[in-house]
Design a protein around this ligand. Structure first.
Ligand code: ATP
Length: 485
């Protein structure tokens, strides 16, 4: 019997497309690869930057009360003592004593329960003690690495996730330096600078995008979990007592960001934290329905006045705020944080956009691979294609491309038949293809000086005057509606 081809989106298909089309490569591949490290190729870097720009636009330009910051990766080591990361930023680890493989105990249990829903530990994994995790693993889980059924595991121990080294030639405690595990602490240490230099009044937010580093020991699922990643974080400073409502408002706002850029609501989920981080009063994750299941892409946390109070205590500098709009009352602001992973956003938007679409109708096996990316996220916005290289069509196409370059990221392709070229653009998510044909260059044709614009999602084509192309594309992007699937 003929095997039915699977046309669903899988992580393997995404990884393969990423490599084939230059979105993401394994880092140091020629040396066998560096675990948990990935390089973003020519299309990947455009796509990632577009997500970052969309986030920045959404958070700062559309919110009058949010300003930006780009703080250093290296902060004084006391920053991390104050923030609690030196003492608390750890994951529970367990080792198989037979093969020495190390696992995150909580993830080992979560993966097991996902595959064996009838064997539930009876409580959320993030509320289990070390002893409870160990007992559950001993009773149920064979070593995923060596397959041993003896279940000879160590005790569960905490493993600090911060990368640590020394700055300069002297390796003593005074020169200790950490690679930041989250971008936000620079926002907290600069709080007073921002208030004073920009006359900011509470409530207001500070947005930042940058690299963070965590010494994760388990890598799987491609770019989902890596040691080096980028975060898009916003810390919103507010008056204590107003924090609960502001927290709820930011939850809605951040949810809407994903809808705006094309994620279907059915593929988003709220996960409420049962066990809170040391700084948090309340916390929710926005999860996305990856091919591996619903997983976190963004955390929204009520951090209270924890960070500013801690920095006041450890630095000796007063981080409180004098509220001139409230009788000069002095208080330490509360903070609502929205913390999204840029790389996980990248993966989520890719998975959401991916479709193997039957374009031949019922009973046909004519499939195209298409990425229905929002035009503002797509790595290439417009591809210009001459129908043929000859008779001046290539030159005309180049001329059109040059005119559009200033406003849009463009591509030019003249090789192979035009149908194949459309498919190549579909596969990288190019929303608009412009085709130059004989009519375009034939003076007595009614379609002289016009081109066809082909829409990626509907595959419909429309004849447009060359002189009106720029405005036409501008409107198409502005009025874009994500496809419903
Ligand atoms: P997880 O539970 O998956 O380890 P987390 O709850 O520790 O994540 P946060 O500290 O809330 O994550 O960080 C905010 C965001 O940063 C996450 O929602 C995620 O998108 C991203 N992020 C965190 N750790 C990593 C990582 N190791 N690799 C890639 N992205 C990450």
């Amino acid at each position: 019997m003929e095997k039915k081809v699977d046309h669903s989106c899988t992580l393997d298909k995404i990884i393969s497309l990423c490599k084939r089309r230059g979105f993401v490569y394994q880092a140091s591949e020629i040396y066998g690869g560096q675990a948990g490290a990935w390089d973003y190729g020519p299309l990947g870097v455009e796509f990632k930057r577009n997500i970052q720009n969309a986030w920045w636009h959404y958070m700062t330009q559309l919110h009058d009360d949010v300003v930006g910051l780009d703080s250093a990766i290296f902060q004084h080591h006391k920053t991390w003592e104050a923030s609690g990361h030196v003492a608390h930023f750890s994951d529970p680890m367990i080792d198989c004593t037979e093969c020495k493989a190390r696992f995150r105990a909580d993830q080992l249990i979560e993966d097991f329960v996902r595959k064996n829903p009838d064997k539930d530990p009876g409580k959320p994994v993030d509320t289990m003690t070390h002893e409870e995790m160990k007992a559950f693993i001993d009773a149920n889980i064979n070593c995923p690495t060596c397959g041993s059924t003896n279940r000879k595991y160590t005790a569960v121990r905490e493993f600090n996730l911060m990368f640590k080294t020394h700055q300069g030639p002297i390796a003593d405690d005074a020169h200790l330096i950490y690679l930041r595990p989250e971008t936000c602490q620079g926002i907290f240490t600069d709080f007073k600078n921002i208030v004073q230099s920009n006359r900011m009044k509470i409530p207001f937010g500070v947005a930042q995008v940058g690299k963070s580093f965590r010494n994760e020991i388990i890598f799987k699922n491609f770019i989902f979990r890596t040691c080096e990643f980028e975060q898009m974080e916003m810390e919103y400073f507010c008056k204590p007592g107003t924090d609960d409502e502001i927290f709820q408002n930011w939850r809605k706002d951040r949810w809407n960001f994903y809808l705006k850029y094309g994620i279907a609501e059915k593929n988003l989920n709220w996960h409420h934290h049962d066990k809170l981080a040391h700084y948090a009063k309340d916390a929710y994750d926005i999860q996305y329905n990856f091919p591996i299941g619903f997983e976190e892409i963004e955390g929204i946390h009520n951090r209270t006045d924890f960070d500013l109070s801690q920095h006041t205590k450890v630095s000796g500098k007063d981080m409180s705020y004098m509220d001139q709009d409230d009788g000069n009352k002095n208080y330490t602001p509360y903070v609502i944080e929205t913390s999204a992973g840029l790389n996980r956003n990248f993966l989520a938007f890719l998975c959401e956009a991916y479709e193997e679409e039957n374009v031949g109708g019922e009973g046909s096996e004519d499939y195209r691979t298409v990425l229905h990316l929002h035009p503002q996220l797509a790595p290439v916005t417009v591809a210009v294609l001459p129908l043929m290289k000859k008779d001046g069509m290539a030159e005309k196409a180049q001329e059109i491309r040059t005119a559009l370059k200033e406003e849009y990221v463009t591509d030019y392709d003249q090789s192979g038949n035009v149908g194949k070229r459309y498919r190549r653009q579909d596969e990288i998510g190019t929303p608009y293809c412009i085709t130059v044909d004989y009519d375009t260059i034939t003076k007595d044709s009614p379609n002289f000086d016009t081109v066809t614009v082909r829409f990626r999602d509907s595959m419909a084509q429309e004849r447009v005057k060359i002189s009106e192309l720029s405005g036409f594309l501008h409107n198409a992007i502005r009025n874009y509606k994500p496809v419903q699937r």
